[in-house]
Design a protein around this ligand. Sequence first.
Ligand code: FES
Ligand code: FE2
Length: 458
Amino acid sequence: MPLIRVYGAGPPGAAFDSIAPGVRFFAMVRRARWCFPGPMVTQLENDRLTLVEGEAPMGRLMRENYWVPFALTAHLTYEQGPAPIRLFGQNYVAFRSEDGRVALMDELCPHRRASLLLARSEGNGIRCIYHGWKMDVSGCVAEAPTQVVRPERFASGIRFAHFPVHESGGIAWAWMGGGKAAPFPDLPFAASNTTHSWITVSRMGCNWLQGLEGSIDSAHVGLLHQTWHRVTADMPDHAHLGLALDAPPRYQTDTTPYGLRAAALRPTTDGKIYVRVTEHLMPFVTVVTVGRSKPRDGAVFVVSPVDDTHHLLFFGAYGDTPMPPPEEQPGFVAPGEIPDTYNYAGLRGDRTNRWGQDRRLLASGHFTGFGRNLLEEDAAVQASMGPIVDRTKENLSSSDAAVAHVRRMLLESLDGAEGGKLPPGSARTDAPIRLPNAVEGLVEDEEHWPALVGSLAG
Ligand code: FES
Ligand SMILES: [Fe+2]
């Protein structure tokens, strides 16, 4: 499959600049695989892509079509009681009942709005400590002791926001689309599909799309994370990862029934092509390889839209062989560090102290000066871009093709939803949704990477 250079003649951007700004973005990403000069996204497009609160179109698209990740299942315990959850700018509580089920509901009590974060755990529900109303795990008011006349009938008529919950891959997901919950997608890191895994969560102080774009973007892997990945690449069965350190990729990307497949292609010194295929289930889930496909060995990135300027990032690993926790695995966490699983990539500051960057570490040879764990590097650069990055001021380059593609897919999905069209990966789709495993390997030339995916997909 030949790559298409659209703007090969004339001064850089000359042909491009003759296109109306609102059309430029689409014109480029549809036709060009690897040449992306000039501004890419208008302010209106940036707002449509990023804003999720209230009736913002992207928030509605997410709620109406996808299971929404909101917490690590390990952090929801009966003993711990209700946990604070924030999604799309709204506050909720999640709790696990004594029999193991998980509920997600409005944070404020349906009686007179005390916070249910203060509630007691009682069997199959939680009891508000103000006047004793009890809400059960299925989202019903089970007891309303302040009502003395026909209390059961009164309680059964109370309605308040609650959502079906599904646990998969160590993450709790909510169906916020109303009606009967749609089928849950088949994920490569679900317990039924993997023998070993771990997962963490981090609170990120920026918009959800900065997190998603970080997970799609293979071009930063060999640069930003090079100090960590050199450790992994030194392990004999992860040696391919070293090839990703040597050069920025060229991309070939495709929209798929579930979202996006992005093949990052890097020539090797012996004339072959090293291919890393990232698989993305729109709009929250991405899997990438960490240097081998057989036995399987992948990394998971799942973003959760907390509000317009914050997201949760679930980060983990999975595979077919025994996998120690991150602090025991070379290339993820500094020796002696025990990461906080409630906030794995938590930064130690803000722009006033360079987000906690250790300049002495940097001067001593560490590429970034973020030496506690690999994900801290992503958190720092994403936070440094600001709460919502101004994409009108970017200058995308050829290795940003996958990022450009995912933006186009999201914008086209918003347009399609206005006409009643389901977006890629919608859980409402008739056919089951399955996210393939991410694969990597060496091929003789660029045309052969789809065959590589086919041979390793099982
Ligand atoms: S506010 Fe919760 S029971 Fe009254
Ligand atoms: Fe990264």
